[in-house]
Design a protein. Sequence first.
Length: 708
Amino acid sequence: MNRRVLFEISGPGPWTVATADLPPRELAEAATELGVLPVPPDGAMQTNDLVAALDRLERNDVDSADGSTIGQHLLSCLVDAAGRQALLDGDDDINLVVATSKDAAALQRLPWELLHDGDGFLALRRRPAVAISRSVGPAARVNPGPVALIPRVLVVIGTTLDDPTIQPAAEYLALLDTVRRRHMGLEANVIVNANRDDLAAACRTVQPDIIHLIAHGEQLANGSSYVELAPLPRSDARSDKMSGEQLINVLSAGAALPRVLVLTACRTAAGHSLPGGGDGPDFVTFRPSLAADCVQLGVPIVAAMTGTIASQTCREFTFAFYGALLASGNVLQAAAAGRREAYIASNGVTDDVDWAYPAVFSTPDVDGRVELDASGVHRRRVARAAELLSDYRRPPTFCGRHEVLDAFGRFLTATTVGAPVVLALCSPSDVSSSTKVGTSRTLAELAAIATLAGYCVSDTGQRAGDDRGQDFLTLARRLAMNARDAARVAGAEPPTTLQVMMLDAQPAPELDPAIRERIEAGTDAWNSTEVVGMALRSDLAVIGRAVGDGPSPGRGLVIQIDDLHKYGLAVSGLLRTVTGNGLGTSEQRVPLLFSYSAGDGTPGDGAIEAIASFVQRGRAVKCDLKPFAPPTAHLAYQQLLLGGDEPLVAVPKYRDKVLDRIQQTTNGNPTMFIGDALQVAILAFRDTEALVPATDLQRLSELIGEVP
């Protein structure tokens, strides 16, 4: 059982603290060089000690007693000794919410996560457990409730993945992918090196309910926090640094603001003091944090960091937070669990208060619970995504191809005229034909992502070992029939008859008049590339419309073909059929996604030459898949360690050594990730405790149970 304890703080200073079943508590104000601070009615404030402790905390240079000094003072501002005893009595876990009205926004700056009762930090208690969060805005006059959302996540990285200053943040991307692999209900969309226009475009197309922003963060000259995204073109005068209000303006490009915003950026949960144009404490003002601004402007739940992101706390917290999202759990309780795990991971060293850096802000009508879409439509998409990945369970990671995820997201959601609607995954000619770089696996991952996003993904129905050498008509008929069947599985009602199946039928009254006219006029033979291509585009466009118009509307149809170069003579005809609308028509766009090996092909069939010519003419977005190499390889190797049967994490001081050894042992070749040589190296690191069990997934299994 859980009980919610709400402390409402109002007034511009002095302040009033109100909570149920206790008399109001009046707080005086004390002017200090950090601005005004609250003073409890039944105790004098040791001003110098408190100000010094807060100053050291802001500089990340705390002394051993600073956390308890600050925490005891803040708790005495909320309740007296008797009230404190009543608060902590009982066995029910506590959701402790500090709510600040607009005129009391200055108190949002204070580190309420450090509340301390003289014996210990409340946030570290286990019986009863105490989850501390902050509520921004007028107190709710109705019982707060859950946030309902679709598990559609947009991960935005405001710089390149090899930027060393966000490497700890990049690790969250590995964690997120590991969670997604274990719980296919999460639809994760990733954009890398994103600027503000990229973010706005992604919000319009993805319509995410959860946005996870990984970027640089600090403080603007006016005292407010900022997040910094990738640079805009030089001709664009807009700043790359965005305040909370500017960020919300960008996020508003979607149909609605996200329901949950996770900010992995330094100090985005920290308010700041600001000199106000004079001398002395009376001329110091406060600016609320970026996180508080975002809640005030309409995002129901915001998770952010009061300190730097280079802390294990941030990783522990983020993972627990996502675990609760996936479990339709309580994110406030998950945040509390993350803080406790981070404290335990630090071996209980209380000098460092990193564990208290994560903070959760919410609107007053939210109680921390999250309820996910559990409709039959979503379950059907999850099942289909799992089916697409069924052949690629080992190794159980995506191998860090996040630059491909980025390209895929941009290509799939492109709406501008002339934007490529074909994505080609290439194993380059300088990669040995015996080296497996994961093109088929990557294709399956992208297909699963598109499925969760609401697209109907179809292929040729052929698998490794099948003879794929065929003419274009045979391939076109395979594509059309499989697309029709896939649409039916997705709940759509595509037409029974297909144009490509009627080309050689006489008479064929249902044949498209434009196609019949070309055949009857003798312009083209019924089995010519032009006629077959027209029929295929017509069929796929109609099927795509059926997906979008069905009882469970989707986003359309996507065609994927693995190892396109193996389809011989059919390849040239297929690629000649592609237009600016992919394999669709002007009324219905149908993107094409394929993989190929530039150094593998049957002499004389022209497949490789046709693909190379198609790509060179700019008809496709091309992504080369090669063996991994540092520094981006390290992200893949972290996923590899976290995604195994026993999730592992490197001890910080041995991290580079462990990841470098994986590179040396595998040469970046994914086929070696499950080889004996790597397993021996991993066991050796386990023996020396350079690799230790990851507590993240153990806690996740408690939150959401075992997910197949």
